[in-house]
Write a protein that binds this ligand. Sequence first.
Ligand code: GDP
Length: 296
Amino acid sequence: LEDEVEENPEDLVQRPAIVTIMGHVDHGKTTLLDTIRKTRVVEGEFGGITQHIGAYQVSVQSKKITFLDTPGHEAFTAMRARGAKVTDICIIVVAADDGVMPQTKEAVDHAKAADVPIIVAVNKMDKPAANPERVMNEMSDLGLLPEEWGGDTIFVKCSAKQGEGVQDILETIQVVAEMRELKANPKRNATGTVIEAKLDKGRGPVVTLLVQNGTLHTGDCIVVGACFGKVRKMTDDRGREIKEAKPSTPVEIIGLNDVPVAGDMFKVFDSEKQARAIAERRSQTKIEQERKSSSA
Ligand code: GDP
């Protein structure tokens, strides 16, 4: 799956930025993700009751942003450990009344190791004890010097709870994304990464995929980790059925023969026979590896 196809530069088009939110526990990651998701209602984009599929998109200045809705570092680390590179920009949330804490440092380390640009959200600014200067000082000690102090890290003050500054964060993401020139080729067979997967009693394996390159269509033959199948049905982050998904789009699919693992990569093949052969070879290798490690 890792083979890279030569891209014709003419086929490359801009794709939405994929953003992860990290930070210390209770500093406001979930609240920020929820507040951002709600901006869709304000923009009149609301499409009924939102299903949770592990990622969602919002539109900012008529360009989309994809958020991985999996706060916590485990998902990020698990994906990176599997070689998956899914994030373009990392938001690190720091509570202004608490400052840099152990998991803040961890988040900075993860983002640096992954070579992902960081935007610092200085959260809980509505609290009387908020001390943004302290946050800027402590983050500077970790090598993240604020722009206003001559560095190149953008700090945005916000209150995720009250919605204050959240629009600034979204606009800052678009500025950083613009500089990154994030491109993909929607004309090729889709490739990407598993965000979440579970077994549903009625529907079988239900898998959230992030399409990172190419376009995924219903009916496509797909290998996902050591699983395979045909995309029988595809729904977007609002639970609406769709027929195709372009780069940076999260989708939920059914039709696989088994449940893959978050961080597994997927690829579309031209024939089902080929997809099946590759998946079978992989599950064989997996069984052999497991046998080896259990006898060791
Ligand atoms: P997480 O563990 O990082 O996901 O943090 P949560 O989003 O669950 O937030 C932890 C607590 O802080 C909750 O009680 C939130 O309501 C509260 N909280 C989050 N953001 C803000 C904020 O901007 N201002 C205030 N006052 N409280 C906040």
